[in-house]
Design a protein around this ligand. Structure first.
Ligand code: NIG
Ligand code: FE
Length: 427
């Protein structure tokens, strides 16, 4: 377009594509920081709206008939009447890459055996570790690609993906390599998190400190050197890693330049929240059983709460994270799937959004902010995604719905009709 000699085009910045006449367009505010507390209740909602795209980026957003300067002979104009759109959804906490599956544990779960008991019996995460160690790169790649395909169809355009089913360097590296390869090959952008501290490997049973030293001395330096992950995460939970162990690993990871996350207060409250606040972790994950005091600490330390209600649902618990209390305390929150083979086998972020509405009493605006702009901050990509600000990537999710409330009112149905990634229609 720019090298065909038509200078006028670039001077007037006509669009490559204009999507017009959306019934409603959800435009989150990017205030330069995650939306905290009451800020999450605010957004610009445009009616009869258009989005102009140029070179894969947002060129303009407005209402009514697009400015004639935005359109020339090459511009594709497409009416989206009867539809609504949001920035591409961001799933900011997944365990995307793993071998096998765990439906063989489903009967136990239905019979009431707890998640931590299954893990203590050598099942759960450890069963997936065995399957992942046996899986080839190609097998892991194909399985994860299929999950990403599902996610894209549900409107997701960016995904955070953790390792943590290897618990040895060879397999952890294979998982990280799969993430890097899929980031290159798949329409969805991936953000990589290193989570070798997901469980204590059987061969280190009773020697968790030695395992943590192995991670710190042998694995983290290699992850850093080859730039295989941006974040480091740990499962701080009764029977897994203690708060002191989490502090030990994460403070070393922070010194090495990793950004931090921590699975905290998922099943038992054992101090992970304090570690998140002390180390100014980017996010704390789950927070299903967080105390009021813990909420105050995270609010003060500006740690984002990544909430995973589909996990609460799948664990058949009633301990949904107290999202409303978190907003009252001024916290920033996101909603995310936790997509994994055990505690949350789903690829549907919309399901987590619906639970956010029905079980956590979040409003549609709060939920849409949670999965767009706040999730962008949670994966440290807010400069390029998460809102429709001019110059950001044209990642757009379009739904067959007359208005934004309808996305929540009409639940458990995928209303996504089109997805644009970097300005290109991919669904
Ligand atoms: O976030 N809690 C730890 N990790 C995952 C579950 C992983 C699994 O069960 O395979 C979670 O719930
Ligand atoms: Fe998780």
């Amino acid at each position: 377009m720019n090298n065909n000699g038509n200078r006028k085009e670039s001077i007037h910045m006509s669009a490559d594509v204009i999507l017009t006449h959306f019934n409603q367009l959800f435009c989150p505010n990017d205030l330069g920081h995650p939306l905290y507390g009451k800020e999450m209740a605010e957004a610009k909602i445009l009616s009869d709206a258009y989005i102009a795209i140029k070179d894969g980026k947002i060129l303009a957003v407005g209402t009514g008939q697009p400015d004639s300067g935005l359109i020339d002979d090459h511009t594709e104009v497409k009416s989206c009447e009867g539809k609504v759109a949001t920035p591409g959804l961001i799933d900011c906490h997944t365990h995307l890459v793993y071998g096998g599956s765990r439906e063989h544990e489903f009967a136990k779960k239905l019979a009431g055996v707890s998640y931590l008991d299954i893990l203590a019996q050598g099942g759960g995460i450890l069963s997936t570790v065995r399957a992942t160690r046996e899986a080839s790169f190609d097998n892991l790649y194909d399985k994860s690609k299929r999950l990403l395909d599902y996610m894209l169809r549900h409107g997701v355009t960016t995904v955070e993906a953790k390792s943590g089913y290897g618990l040895d360097w060879e397999t952890e590296k294979r998982q990280l390599d799969v993430v890097a390869a899929l980031d290159r090959d798949h329409e969805i952008d991936l953000v990589s998190t290193f989570m070798a501290a997901h469980a204590i490997p059987t061969e280190y049973k009773g020697r968790s400190q030695e395992y943590l030293d192995l991670i710190i001395e042998q694995m983290l330096p290699k992850v850093k050197e080859d730039n295989l992950a941006e974040f480091c995460d740990i499962f701080c939970e009764k029977g897994v890693f203690t708060a002191d162990e989490s502090r030990y690993l994460l403070s070393k990871a922070k010194e090495m330049g990793f950004k931090l996350r921590i699975h905290a207060d998922e099943i038992e409250s054992i101090g992970g929240v304090d570690v998140a606040a002390e180390l100014e972790s980017t996010s704390a994950e789950h927070l299903m059983v967080i105390t009021d005091e813990g909420i105050q600490k995270l609010a003060k330390a500006k740690v984002i709460g990544n909430l995973l209600p589909a996990t609460t649902f799948s664990l058949m618990e009633d301990t949904y994270a107290p999202a409303r209390k978190m907003l009252d305390a001024g916290m920033a929150i996101t909603l995310t799937t936790d997509s994994n083979p055990g505690s949350c086998p789903t690829a549907n972020l919309q399901f987590a959004m619906h639970l956010g509405c029905f079980m956590m009493r979040l409003t549609p605006v709060e939920i849409l902010n949670a999965v767009t702009i706040n999730a962008a901050y949670s994966v440290d990509r807010a400069k390029t995604i998460g809102s429709f600000d001019v110059g950001k990537q044209a990642d757009i999710t379009i739904y067959d719905a007359p208005n934004l409330d309808y996305l929540f009112y009409f639940f458990a149905t995928n209303l996504v009709t089109d997805v644009y990634k970097n300005g290109k229609k991919v669904i």
